[in-house]
Design a binder for this molecule. Structure first.
Ligand SMILES: [Zn+2]
Length: 455
């Protein structure tokens, strides 16, 4: 899900996606298709291809993720009989043979530039030295049709001998094969060695302005330490941080998280001049803190699917936790945080005059989950602290949510709201309930009441 919020002349696109189509299932079937992604360098020019091999010939190949129709122009079939067409009825891109021959092996030449996908991760995030972060979910494909049971994707990645792969935090040479699943992951291909620190395995574009590089190397670990201390610390492998930069005529900054991964990409020309602008620095810190907060959210790290209309829980929480992290870690950011909070309240109210939280994702108002969600979390934090005389806070509630989800409870709003019941705060519960109602007046009253709870 993406949302764009305008500040200064910058379009700042922040995006977070949790599992879309993957139903939780104890049985998973091996996909009959294997995908081989290959990079070769010919006359200094990189060429990326993907080849699909089918055990059994199929009429068509379809993709698990169909955010738009850009494969039809960015993937070039290497056989004139093969085409990728967009099927309007099923809203998906379909690979088929024009002569009607069954498909057994098909190869496409890919366009390895940055492409913003509104409701998905960017397929390629180019680094300025020629490296790339690649989102594997883009390659997930099925023979004839994808079903909900398809959740094992056989991938092979092959790279030139003077480059390497970083997969799940580990460096590999030449070629690596693995079975991918859920929303996929980002994999790095290029010449840069990862920086391995106590908290993260990082690949930071050497072309980024010095101040941003330093911030990535120093602030992200600081922010992670803050959340590890305030919440239950992360389990499993060390997270990967991928930060890439394409110095091109565009204005977007995109970030996202996948289990154990944070990634950000800057696609713009003015980073050098912006890098010393105080407001831009604060925006960047907020952006980092928001993405790091997602890593600690149950349901995100577990790759469990979430309903769109419940996004106020994860986006609102990530924004409010970003505010707390900034206030705690950086002394001179309090007025920035305060202004952003006021703006969140105002834009939430404006948005609710046009749509409801339940419908916001359908009507192009995804930003409401950030703004209204942040005001909701801020109120909850305040009420919990009041009711417990400062013994507990929103962090306590989220720690309990982490535990509840690890014991098998669903990671959505129902579990979260149940955890608020023991605080015996009927006014808070009523205001949250009102804010999420389909009645515009009630929703606005709910948010106003929540906003006041912090005065
Ligand atoms: Zn987010």
């Amino acid at each position: 899900m993406s949302h764009a919020l305008k500040s200064l002349n910058t379009i700042f696109v922040v995006f977070f996606l949790s599992a879309l189509l993957v139903a939780s299932s104890t049985v998973s079937f091996a996909s009959p298709i294997s995908a081989e992604l290959q990079k070769v360098v010919l006359d200094d020019k990189p060429e990326w291809t993907v080849t699909y091999r089918l055990d059994k010939p199929a009429e068509q190949i379809v993709f698990l993720r169909n955010p738009d129709r850009s494969r039809t122009t960015r993937w070039l079939p290497q056989d004139s009989d093969i085409e990728i067409a967009y099927d309007d009825a099923s809203h998906q891109e379909v690979v088929r043979s024009q002569s009607g021959k069954p498909l057994t092996t098909v190869t496409f030449l890919l366009t390895p530039t940055y492409k913003h996908l509104g409701k998905d991760y960017a397929p390629f995030s180019p680094f300025s030295d020629g490296g790339n972060a690649i989102h594997t979910g883009r390659l997930f494909a099925c023979a004839n049709t994808c079903s909900e049971e398809d959740n094992e994707w056989h991938l092979t990645l092959t790279v030139p001998s003077d480059e390497h792969i970083v997969l799940n935090g580990k460096v590999a040479q030449k070629s690596v094969s693995w079975i991918d699943n859920n929303d996929g992951r980002n994999v790095y291909v290029g010449k840069q060695q990862p920086i391995i620190t106590e908290n993260v395995v990082a690949l930071i574009d050497a072309g980024l302005p010095e101040s941003i590089k330093v911030s990535l190397e120093e602030d992200i670990p600081k922010i992670m330490a803050f959340f590890s201390h305030s919440l239950n610390s992360l389990k499993g492998e060390k997270p990967m941080l991928l930060a890439s930069y394409a110095n091109v005529d565009d204005h977007s900054t995109q970030g996202g998280t996948l289990p154990n991964q944070i990634f950000m990409h800057w696609n713009r020309q003015d980073l050098d001049e912006q890098a010393n602008n105080r407001n831009f620095i604060n925006q960047t810190l907020w952006f980092f803190a928001h993405e790091v907060a997602h890593l600690y959210q149950p349901g995100n790290t577990d790759g469990v699917s979430e309903n769109n209309e419940q996004s106020w829980l994860h986006e609102g929480n990530a924004d409010y936790f970003a505010a707390l992290a900034m206030n705690f870690l950086y002394e001179d950011t309090s007025s920035y945080v305060e202004n952003r909070t006021i703006r969140a309240f105002e834009s939430c109210i404006e948005g609710l005059e046009q749509t409801t939280l339940a419908n916001a994702y359908k009507t192009g108002h995804f930003n409401l989950y950030y703004s209204c969600g942040m005001i909701m979390h801020r109120a909850i934090d305040n009420v919990v602290q009041q009711k417990t005389f400062g013994e507990e806070s929103l962090f306590t509630v989220w720690q309990r949510l982490q535990k509840a989800v690890s014991k098998g409870m669903p990671p959505g709003t129902t579990t979260f709201l149940t955890l608020l019941e023991p605080y015996n705060a009927p006014e808070l519960m009523k205001a949250i309930n009102d804010a999420t109602r389909n009645d515009a007046l009630k929703a606005i009253q709910g948010i106003e009441a929540l906003y006041q709870m912090n005065q």
